[in-house]
Ligand binder design. Structure first.
Ligand SMILES: [Cu+2]
Length: 318
């Protein structure tokens, strides 16, 4: 019955799909990540400008990347523009560098829309970048008809896939040698809990997480032998009422940040207590972090209603 209409529908679907696909393919780097130091990358140009052939690729060198050199390319001329950097950087062997290539233009082709090509360059990632950073390398694509500026950057927290003309990105990973000492610099301190009245099945604990590393970490879970199970809770306002909410995906600890769990805010919830928490005693908890792994700390138990951990000078009990 509706057989004859089928090819028609298929053709329409294709016509709609093609511009959509074209919008999603954009210039990228073949190199996805690099640690500070030398690198080699190629800009991949997947298509022209709305069907028009590419005749030039202009690459803007981001501040903090120095010593950039383009590779010559058969059928293309290559020109560089040099200038002063915003600051002086350390290159190899303590050599100071304050100027260099800031722009590369490959001109030639034409590179047809149905072909792709790569434009190679090398450079040096300075200590202006650390592991966890992302560097955008803006590209302007010039065609026989029109041009496209691949220079858009996602706002913090936004999805880069929502951008129409995103700049190619390079992820910076930590220098292999620097990774170890940095990773061990996540520490947990000042862990304490409030004593519980007899028969209570829940208690709360507090502590401080100091992340002195260059990368974000996440507290995934806490295990305490005194409790049947343990959760990480946050306090939220809900129509003027404070409510507790379990952080099912863990607690984020940004790079360089100190996250404090304290009364009225973030806390560790001890559920199904096997024994009352008695002031003056202590117990161990084991925290598991995504990157730092397992860290065990002693938790001292302060009086019911205490605002903070008991300090030795204020204890006048026997
Ligand atoms: Cu709670």
């Amino acid at each position: 019955m509706y057989g004859p209409f089928r090819p028609m529908i298929a053709v329409l679907a294709c016509a709609v799909a093609i511009p959509g696909e074209a919008a999603f393919a954009h210039p990228t780097l073949d190199l996805k990540s690099a640690s500070p130091g030398s690198f080699r990358a190629a800009v991949r140009v997947p298509h022209g400008c709305k069907g028009s052939s590419t005749v030039a690729i202009k690459l803007m060198v981001p501040e903090g990347i120095i010593g950039v050199k383009p590779a010559p390319k058969p059928g293309w001329t290559v020109a560089t523009t040099k200038g002063a950097y915003a600051k002086t950087y350390d290159h190899f062997h303590g050599k100071k560098v304050s100027d260099g290539v800031k722009e590369i233009v490959w001109r030639g082709g034409p590179l047809l829309d149905e072909h792709f090509d790569e434009f190679i360059f090398t450079g040096f990632i300075t200590s202006a970048f650390a592991g966890g950073d992302t560097v955008a390398i803006p590209i302007v694509q010039e065609c026989e008809q029109g041009q496209v500026s691949w220079t858009e950057l996602a706002a913090p927290g936004a999805n880069p896939h929502d951008l129409k003309h995103p700049a190619p990105l390079l992820k910076i990973t930590a220098t292999p040698g620097a990774e170890k000492p940095a990773a061990s610099a996540l520490s947990v301190a000042k862990a304490w809990a409030r004593a519980t009245p007899g028969g209570a099945k829940v208690g709360a604990g507090y502590l401080e997480i100091v992340n002195a590393t260059a990368s974000a970490d996440t507290l995934l879970s806490v295990v305490a032998p005194v409790a049947g199970r343990t959760e990480i809770h946050e306090m939220t306002h809900d129509g003027g009422v404070m409510k507790m909410r379990s952080l099912a995906n863990g607690l984020d600890v940004p790079a360089g940040a100190t996250v404090s769990l304290s009364p009225g805010g973030l806390h560790i919830m001890f559920l199904d207590l096997k024994q009352p928490l008695t002031a003056g005693q202590s117990f161990d908890v084991e925290l598991t972090f995504k990157t730092a792994g397992k860290i065990s700390v002693p938790v001292t138990i302060a009086a019911i209603g205490a605002a903070g951990p008991a300090t030795p000078g204020h204890e006048h009990q026997h």
